[in-house]
Design a protein around this ligand. Structure first.
Ligand SMILES: *[C@@H]1O[C@H](CO)[C@@H](O)[C@H](O)[C@H]1NC(C)=O
Length: 485
């Protein structure tokens, strides 16, 4: 049907014009005798447009909106034992390369910039004076702030040419940051790339991935994550390790098995976070009741753990024999006996039930002999995020996302999950339907039981530096205008 319409509207008129106007220089339109199969739709569309342009007719398929679409796999780095996952981007002309955290829980791009007063001396800084394409956004001489669960940044709203994995967005809005709160960045990392929707961008800029979708540069309007697991409760975390693959514009079928199960985002407001409704949560065979009013969950690569409402997180840990409530700096966390071998955590968002490896639930010793810190915490006690209407009640971070292949699709707005392939460290077994649960005895792909007590990273390091909560804190004030429309 589409092809036929294309033929009528583009090619028939094109043929007739070339036949009628004799003075024109010859335009070599390929005719039926040639091998039509070798020419794609771009070729035909452009051929017709060349004729239109020549004779003053409006073009239909300009080169700019018929760019060749593409899919690219971008290597990810796992930082500090699954705390953060970053990738490399180029900013400016000529390009300056930076490592930025990939964060589906926010929508702003920012990079630490020359003049940063609070940056660690080892943090690489962007130098606008060395780029011919840097621009300060008009009327934006003052500072703009972005507040995350783990801290905040301040800088100048600017625009630049940004490239990731061969995809380029010119005039990408971003914050050139000169103030960051302590501990927000570590190692080589200079910023964050938000992969949520524009509605929650403090900068109001179109996020990089959405700009690619809008410019029709992606094969499909989606991106996909495979995240590696390095966390070992008995070992100090590696500073960096291979972190997986971000595929922009598609999925990588070697990284998952079976199909991707997409679940539409809850309807109503314009897309903001990558939201799902948490419908089932199980631990050691016990179902934790999720109240409908507290079931909104953000799927967030930029958050290390899983955070939820206090009562429900309490109910979760109360189901685990030998659990303890932590206090002081660890308020909001719980511990459980390190010897526990089968927490068998499962969750679902209305479709299949997905398992979390016991390895991902155990953050090492709580400081109390034989007790290990659990990876599900009370969000209200540990972050400014959550709470308001429209804000997510749950933040589903890397603790879960390491266990699945996750796909973030712009249209229709939805999140998809698939079983990791064996290549990606999965068991290759698909999660079962939540209606007929028959999940294998262990949720752990490697079969290794939860960690033993002792020498793991202490609780303080988890509370202060290893747990990243990137979800944007102040949401409602920023995008209420959009939501109320
Ligand atoms: C897909 O993932 C595999 C395994 O990591 C990798 O070797 C391959 O290059 C990826 N393909 C693309 C197109 O990125």
């Amino acid at each position: 049907m589409k092809l036929f319409a294309l033929f009528l509207f583009f090619i028939v008129p094109a043929l007739s014009y070339s036949a009628v106007v004799r003075e024109a220089p010859p335009i070599h339109l390929p005719l039926a005798r040639r091998t039509l199969q070798k020419r794609d739709l771009d070729y035909w569309a452009n051929a017709a447009d060349q004729v239109r342009a020549k004779y003053g007719f409006a073009t239909v398929a300009s080169n700019s909106n018929r760019k060749r679409q593409n899919t690219v796999g971008i290597p990810i780095v796992n930082q500090n034992g699954d705390s953060s996952y970053f990738a490399s981007i180029n900013v400016g002309t000529p390009p300056q390369s930076f490592d930025i955290i990939l964060d589906t829980g926010s929508s702003d791009l920012w990079v630490t910039t020359v003049g940063c007063t609070t940056c660690d001396p080892s943090t690489p800084l962007f130098d606008p004076s060395k780029s011919s394409t840097f621009q300060v956004s008009p009327g934006q001489q003052g500072g703009t702030k972005i507040q995350y669960g783990s801290g905040g940044v301040e800088g100048q709203l600017s625009s630049e040419t940004v490239n990731m994995g061969g995809f380029t967005v010119s005039n990408q809005g971003f914050l050139s940051v000169v103030t960051t709160s302590q501990g927000l960045l570590q190692g080589s990392v200079s910023g964050i790339m938000g992969l949520g929707f524009q509605t929650i961008a403090a900068t109001r800029a179109v996020p990089f991935w959405q700009a690619l979708v809008n410019a029709n540069q992606l094969t499909s309007p989606l991106f996909s994550f495979y995240l590696t697991r390095e966390n070992d409760p008995n070992q100090p975390p590696p500073l960096t390790a291979p972190g997986g693959v971000l595929t922009l514009g598609g999925t990588n079928s070697s990284l998952f098995s079976g199909n991707v199960e997409f679940i539409n985002m809850p309807s109503g407001a314009e897309p903001s976070f990558w939201l799902q409704t948490l419908t089932t949560l199980k631990v050691v065979g016990t179902s934790i009741p999720i109240s409908t009013s507290l079931s909104l969950a953000a799927i967030d690569t930029g958050t290390t753990l899983i955070g939820g409402p206090g009562d429900q997180v309490a109910a979760f840990w109360q189901a685990v024999p030998g659990h303890q409530t932590l206090s002081g700096a660890m308020t909001g966390y719980y511990s459980f006996p390190c010897s526990t071998t089968n927490l068998n955590v499962q969750l679902s968002f209305g479709g299949s039930s997905w398992s979390i490896s016991d390895k991902d639930m155990n953050l090492g010793s709580s400081g109390v002999s034989g007790q290990c810190v659990g990876a599900v915490f009370d969000l209200g006690q540990a972050s400014a995020a959550g709470g308001g209407p429209g804000n997510p009640n749950w933040v589903i971070g890397d603790t879960f996302l390491k266990n699945v292949y996750s796909v973030y699709r712009a249209s229709p707005p939805s999140v998809g999950f698939a079983q990791l392939s064996t290549v990606a460290g999965g068991t290759g077994n698909r999660g079962s339907s939540s209606q007929s649960v028959s999940v294998p005895g262990t949720s752990n792909p490697t079969g290794t039981p939860g960690g033993q007590p002792s020498s793991g990273p202490g609780p303080i390091s988890w509370a202060t530096s290893r747990v990243r909560i990137n979800i944007v804190a102040i949401v409602i004030s920023l995008f209420a205008g959009y939501v109320l429309l």
